[in-house]
Write a protein that binds this ligand. Structure first.
Ligand SMILES: Nc1nc2c(ncn2[C@@H]2O[C@H](COP(=O)(O)OP(=O)(O)OP(=O)(O)O)[C@@H](O)[C@H]2O)c(=O)[nH]1
Ligand SMILES: [Mg+2]
Length: 359
């Protein structure tokens, strides 16, 4: 037991016995239900957490640099091997996984880097490989889930959040971004960011942000955190503050510099250093806090209860006409190269799923 917090030590494998009633507390009225929180905490700490992020955007916007920034930034202090030197162009989808441990809590963080799109003469269907990958992970999970003897813990490679890089043109969203985002938002949680924000002045950033927000609204692109999933007043307050700041204006860097005796991640320019973790310089800390500190579990819940659920329903409906036999759980192959178009889920739909999960 941790004497300071009155909670069980994370190393203890058994939940603590319920607290003895304090003097004056009625013996008969105390059951010890609160101990369930400790039980959940111990279980969660033993299992650890899995979280998968994907970065998407046009070539050269700093996606690979951002992956390195995430891993090198101060919360994790873990430097993947092979970093240093110029970042090569990404030519295929690749994932980097690190297990990060803080105060006894383990997080298996996977970031999937994708090749830039949009530099072909014909950018038709340039979203196919990315949507194909997202659906492939849903399919994997589904195939495991429908097995008669399924694993107790299904490895989760589903993309919980897709960070979409908008080029810092200072104008508005391009038709290609609009088309891509419309498709992406139906399949996954999307957090748009203004890439290479150091190329815009503070006024330009703000005006660009507002124009992008307007574009998103006009084209009904429902980025994360989606308004329809705010469940209570506190969610609403917090999320509406986040919605006002989205897209975050981010800067990526994987080099460390000494500023006033401190070692900081940043981009060295002739006139000074742009510090990526300094909120006065860019909004990378807001992005990181949203992803890890405040909304990690919510991103996972929406992925499971909404996006994956849509995929599952569609796939099971598709296979409904299959004859039932000994192998009836086998689904027909997922349509390749043609990501499923999904309807916007209702809040009620998500609730129903959550209820059934609780059961
Ligand atoms: N000014 C500025 N340059 C950046 C930023 N982030 C990355 N860069 C630079 O932009 C160049 C391209 O960065 P990458 O991270 O390779 O870009 P990418 O989006 O992964 O490119 P592809 O792999 O081709 O899709 C590199 O020289 C980076 O150092 C940023 O926030 N600001
Ligand atoms: Mg790259």
């Amino acid at each position: 037991m941790d004497p300071m917090r009155g909670s069980p030590s994370p190393c203890s494998s058994r939940p603590p016995s319920p607290r003895s009633p304090v003097c004056g507390e009625k013996l008969s009225s105390y059951v010890g239900i609160e101990a369930v929180l400790d039980q959940l905490k111990i279980k969660a700490m033993k299992m650890g957490f899995e979280f998968n992020i994907m970065v998407v955007g046009q070539s050269g916007l700093g996606k690979s640099t951002m992956v390195n920034t995430l891993f090198k930034s101060k919360v994790w202090k873990s430097s993947p091997q092979g970093l240093g030197g110029p970042t090569p162009q990404t030519l295929q989808l690749q994932s980097v996984t690190h297990v990060i441990e803080e105060k006894g809590v383990k997080l298996k963080l996977t970031v999937t880097d994708t090749p830039g799109f949009g530099d072909q003469i014909n950018n038709d269907k340039c979203w196919d490989p990315i949507l194909g990958y997202i659906n492939e992970q849903y399919e994997r999970y589904l195939q495991e889930e429908i097995l008669i003897t399924r694993q107790r813990h299904i490895p989760d490679t589903r993309v919980h959040c897709c960070v979409y890089f908008v080029p810092p043109t200072g104008h508005c969203l391009r038709p290609l971004d609009i088309e891509f985002l419309q498709r992406l938002c139906r399949a996954v949680n999307v957090v748009p960011v203004i890439a290479r924000a150091d190329s815009l002045t503070l006024e330009e950033r703000e005006a660009f942000r507002q124009r992008i927000q307007h574009n998103l609204k006009m084209h009904r692109i429902d980025v994360y955190p989606q308004k329809c999933f705010d469940e209570e007043i506190n969610d609403k307050l917090l999320n509406s503050k986040i919605r006002d700041r989205i897209p975050f204006a981010v800067v990526g860097a994987d080099r460390e510099h000494i500023v006033n005796g401190r070692c900081v991640l940043g981009r060295k320019t002739k006139w000074g250093i742009v510090e990526v973790e300094n909120i006065a310089h860019c909004e990378f800390p807001l992005l990181r806090d949203l992803l890890i500190r405040s909304h990690l579990q919510d991103l996972k819940d929406i992925t499971h209860n909404v996006h994956y659920e849509n995929y599952r329903v569609l796939r099971l409906n598709e296979s409904h006409s299959l004859p039932r036999g000994p192998g009836w759980v086998n689904l027909s192959p997922a349509p390749s190269g043609c990501p499923l178009l999904m309807h916007k889920p209702s809040k009620a739909h998500r609730r129903v799923q959550e209820d059934s999960d609780d059961d």
